[in-house]
Design a protein around this ligand. Structure first.
Ligand code: ATP
Ligand code: MG
Length: 404
């Protein structure tokens, strides 16, 4: 049996729509994949006509190839991933590689062959390749049937200048755009279920995401900071988070709680959080804030209260989950791998000094008046001095740029 070199073919979708920016999107995806696959036996990654081709080292076993495939499917910008082999431009070898590739697909009933040649210097036309390789597969898998419309597996065969690529197993990717192709955002990251999903959604749209977490420290333990770190490590696997800023916020909540009208406390905490997040965002050259709010989910997420918090900042505030139901968010968090971490209880600033009857329809004038009685600007400067930064591996973010 011939031993072929394993390859992984990465298909993208939306990048293809970007016209003359296309090359830079493709390069961004290529660089992201290169860095994220650093622990895998990757020889090189090439761009070929609308796809990326990952070459694995000779002798790479199936499990390793599948693990690399799994990772690639979760990387923003990837629409579909196919596993297969590189092979010489020789019909007999190509048919053998096709049999090996199809043999690695777990359960299927039907298949078809889709061959193409990028160079007409290869003597066999694509129709004949389909026929010849299809016949070899029928011999090797007599219990399976050929089906032209909606087959379970499409065996791809591509002949390029010096080689051919043959693949069978295809897995859908998460789609979107490569991280680093849509600017920077600052995500308010609690240790709850929603905000990691909100961050991920922006990352999937190509934004380079930073997180900012407000800890109840020193009024509470630092447990929520550990959970946020665990969450960031999950997001880091696919290059979705670059930094997380941790703000010890408990003392300032206490100060607000001591002097502000109880029903306005939450809005005032949140306005201060937004103001600090905006300042850190500006330092980091981020253009928007992101939260995990969903309309009506809790008292602070009514239309009036959202307006009253947005009023604290000039930056746009994105709420990618605003129209999403909790059950849908939970399903996303499970898929993402953050749900179990977020389900652990940790006191953070949300659980601290909560009023019994929070205002659900805050009047902007009343909020502004209450805030004007506090030395907010002074506090902001003090708090900014205490912000801590944690770095995560994000291929789209150069570690050289200032962390604070
Ligand atoms: P989550 O599950 O994301 O914590 P939630 O349903 O608990 O959201 P809230 O606690 O009202 O709702 O928070 C709404 C949003 O405000 C969060 O999604 C997050 O973006 C931001 N937020 C809340 N608490 C914090 C915090 N301690 N640090 C940073 N951001 C926070
Ligand atoms: Mg929360």
């Amino acid at each position: 049996m011939t031993e072929f070199q394993r390859i992984i073919l990465v298909h993208y979708h939306e990048i293809g729509l970007k016209g003359h920016n296309r090359a830079s999107f493709e390069m961004r995806l290529l660089k992201n994949l290169e860095a994220l696959l650093a622990d895998y036996p990757v020889v090189t990654i090439h761009r070929i006509s609308g796809r990326l081709l990952v070459f694995l080292r000779e002798g790479t076993n199936r499990e390793t190839a599948l693990a690399a495939t799994d990772l690639i499917t979760a990387v923003p910008g990837v629409a579909r991933v196919s596993c297969g082999y590189k092979c010489e431009r020789d019909m007999a070898l190509m048919a053998e590689a096709a049999c090996t590739a199809l043999g690695e697909v777990k359960s299927f009933c039907s298949f078809k062959v889709a061959a193409r040649r990028n160079h007409t210097d290869f003597p066999t036309c694509s129709m004949d390749m389909n026929r010849l390789i299809g016949a070899a597969l029928c011999d090797a898998f007599p219990e399976k049937r050929v089906q032209m419309k909606d087959p379970d597996v499409t065996v791809g065969v591509e002949v390029v200048q010096n080689a051919s690529y043959v693949y069978a197993k295809s897995v859908p990717g998460i789609g979107g755009l490569p991280v680093g192709s849509s600017g920077r955002v600052m995500c308010l990251l609690s240790s709850g279920i929603d905000s990691p999903v909100a961050l991920w959604k922006l990352a999937r749209r190509g934004a380079l995401c930073m997180g900012i977490h407000f800890s109840g420290r020193p009024q509470t333990s630092d447990a929520s900071e550990y959970l946020v770190d665990d969450i960031a490590q999950v997001l880091e696997h696919t290059g979705c988070v670059a930094r997380v800023f941790v703000v010890p916020f408990g003392d300032y909540q206490r100060k607000i709680a001591l002097s502000a009208p109880p029903e306005l406390r939450i809005i005032m905490y949140r306005r201060l959080m937004f103001k600090i997040a905006e300042r850190v965002a500006k330092r980091q050259r981020a253009g928007a804030l992101v939260t995990g709010e969903s309309l009506g989910q809790v008292a602070s997420q009514t239309l009036d209260n959202i307006r009253a918090t947005d009023d604290a900042v000039d930056m746009p505030v994105f709420r990618p989950l605003i129209g999403t139901d909790k059950l849908e968010i939970i399903a996303e968090a499970k898929r993402l791998g953050t749900f179990d971490i977020s389900s652990q209880d940790a006191p953070d600033c949300c659980t601290l000094f909560m009023p019994r009857n929070p205002e659900t329809h805050a009047k902007l004038d009343a909020v502004r008046l209450a805030e004007a009685a506090l030395p907010i600007d002074e506090w902001i400067e003090e708090i900014l001095e205490k912000v801590e930064c944690r770095e995560y591996h994000c291929p789209a973010c150069s570690p050289k740029s200032a962390a604070r």
